[in-house]
Design a protein. Sequence first.
Length: 127
Amino acid sequence: MNRVTLVGRLGRDPELVYTESGIALTKFSLAVTRQYKNAAGERESDWFNIVCWRTTAEFCANYLTKGRLVSVDGRLQSRKYTTKEGDKREAVEVVAEYVSGLDKPKETNPKETKPEDEDELDPFSEE
């Protein structure tokens, strides 16, 4: 069985691209804090590369940003590739099947979301 479940914070904004055949693909890094403190009394984090496809990729690109707390459920994948310089490399990444936001997004500009006049919110006000 190949199953991975992680809870952590996005290390960068998801990058959405489309393949030549039109399939959505998103990649981002995820920092998962360890439960135990190191010798210096600090908590360390492990970093994972996350890959999402199709509607999961579009969800991540549209609703998640750097710093958001998320749950990722998927499978571990290993792949080999050759760089432009001809060096052979191997990458291990999590292919996410389900991604859920676990916190509320931060408001980027509170003034844009609040009306200037509170009467605008009252549908029963007389005008």
